[in-house]
Design a protein around this ligand. Structure first.
Ligand code: PLP
Length: 389
């Protein structure tokens, strides 16, 4: 007898978007089967096609981020590498950094690594009990040697969108560089590099931008230079034994993830055609639907801003069920209802300390462009039963 297929509802889009537009998969297969060559290396036909593909992917991202210069979009394997490059390539001995208490380990771990060898100091800016950040607390934390402010555009724990424009304006006023971690917002929430005075923008390709894993990058404002994290072959200036200094080559040593970049380019093209407002509207509607009902369930504690402030949220909802460990709730959601969520600390222990959920963490539901109202309805029914039993 044929085994009944298990129904699955994927609500872990903050980790990675599992469903991609079909164009993304087609672009990866097309690149792998029809092109397959390295970029910047071969003068033969498929080598030139590879150059064209990388150019198009970078151009699509430049349009998406409204970046002033394409050469300032550097491809990397994820947001983590981008943040590492910005911190390690920018900070000098004795510098001070200000960051929010909601940052991901992608920020705090490299910063801690730099603390002793470069004598880097940092100040954490707290958030209130809803995980909301007051931009003026950043100003209070500035010191004469503050060189950089780091802020996540949206917390991957609370889902709250940070006041980047206000913090960016304060940084610009003081001549302090501003690094924004857009891992949770690139592709699903509007952001203006110019209006928010962003100097370094770290993005990942596999979440909202709909690309494959192993893609991401750093957008750098034209007035800044950075040291590279690694050096090696770039396909350019091969007569020299020193690293080329032109962008983006300086930061793109070694053979890159071309299959991934082909998919990322197609993902961004899809988003450009769809429009960020359409994506945002869809995710906002699903988040409102979920929050409004979940707020009524007895024994469920939701973190982050309430349903009437959904405009200041992305499609992430962290919660706990009274008397139950998050891992038990997550296990039952998966085992009994086929609903995939992420439980625990979400690589962001700082954020959990801030909202008071350290060390057990929370159950995180995260919605994406391809989720449906019906899926949210099913998740709410499951949550009600688990909370009541
Ligand atoms: C806020 C935030 N920053 C950084 C990252 C790191 O992204 P990646 O794993 O793609 O490097 C994540 C990933 O979950 C994140 O949520």
């Amino acid at each position: 007898m044929k085994k009944k297929q298990r129904r699955e509802i994927y609500l872990d889009c903050a980790a990675t978007t599992r469903q991609k537009p079909p164009q993304v998969l087609r672009a990866v297969v097309r690149y792998a089967s029809d092109i397959g060559a390295s970029h910047g290396r071969g003068a033969y036909r498929s080598g030139i096609a590879a150059n064209e593909m990388v150019f198009q992917a970078r151009a699509a991202l430049a349009r998406w981020f409204n970046a002033p210069r394409m050469d300032r979009i550097v491809f990397m394997k994820n947001a983590t590498e981008a943040v590492n490059t910005a911190l390690k390539g920018f900070l000098k001995n004795g510098d001070h950094v200000v960051l929010s208490a909601l940052e991901h380990n992608a920020v705090i771990r490299p910063l801690n690594r730099l603390k002793a060898p470069r004598d880097i100091g940092y100040t954490l800016v707290p958030a209130n009990n809803l995980g909301r950040i007051n931009p003026y607390d950043f100003e209070q934390a500035f010191k004469p040697n503050t060189k950089l402010v780091c802020l996540t555009h949206a917390s991957n724990v609370t889902g709250n969108i940070s006041p980047v424009a206000e913090v960016g304006a304060l940084c610009a006023k003081k001549g302090i560089a501003f690094l924004v971690d857009a891992a949770q917002t690139a592709g699903c929430a509007p952001l203006s590099l110019k209006d928010s005075h962003i100097d370094f923008l770290a993005f990942t390709g596999h979440k909202g931008l709909m690309g494959p894993p192993g893609t991401g990058g750093l957008v750098v404002a034209p007035q800044w230079n950075l040291d590279s994290l690694i050096e090696g072959g770039t396909g350019s200036n091969s007569d020299k034994e020193d690293q080329p200094q032109q962008w983006p080559d300086k930061f793109e040593s070694g053979t890159q993830n071309y299959w991934g970049l082909a998919g990322l380019g197609a993902g961004v093209e899809f988003l450009l055609r769809t429009g960020v407002e359409t994506v945002r509207k869809k995710e906002e509607a699903l988040t409102t639907q979920f929050l409004k009902e979940a707020e009524k369930i007895k024994g469920v504690r939701i973190y982050g801003l309430p349903s009437n402030s959904v405009k200041e949220r992305v499609g992430i909802v962290s919660l706990n069920v009274e008397g139950k460990d998050p891992s038990e709730v997550g296990y039952r959601l998966d085992e009994e209802y086929g609903i995939m969520t992420r439980v625990g600390l979400h690589c962001a222990p700082l954020a959990h300390r801030t909202i008071g959920t350290y060390p057990i963490g929370t159950v995180r539901f995260s919605f994406g462009y391809y989720n449906t109202e019906k899926e949210v309805e099913t998740a709410l029914k499951a949550l009600k039963i688990i909370a009541g039993s």
